[in-house]
Design a protein around this ligand. Sequence first.
Ligand SMILES: [Zn+2]
Length: 143
Amino acid sequence: MECIFCKIVRGESIAEVLYENEHAISILDINPIHFGHALVFPKQHSETFLSVPEEELPDVMKATHIVSKAIVNAFQPEGFNIFSNNGRAAGQSVFHFHLHITPRYVEDDIKFILKLKQYGRGEMNDYANRLRQHIKPNSTHNH
Ligand SMILES: [Zn+2]
């Protein structure tokens, strides 16, 4: 298996490591949107967000919080994005789940081009109901 992020975790590929804890690691992205653009990912291989074991999630979020704060303190950007691409259709290119943290600037001319839709009458409730059927009251205890 030639997963680049797994190789970085094993020390077989070099990276600028920013932070690590028991389950997560953060490195600089080698192809940054802006300089200082970082990645955070679980040390164990998981292809997408949905396959990350629940017990690893707090370390991933903690790492994301710590590195976001460092980006803001170090570069004083005007904002920052945290995002993750899951699946080819969403733009995922490395199939080891990761979060991006990138500084943003007002005049940086980076835009997600979004065409916003409008729900028809009753449709919003229908979509919410369809989702609720898949969210059980004690969903944090289901595996
Ligand atoms: Zn991997």
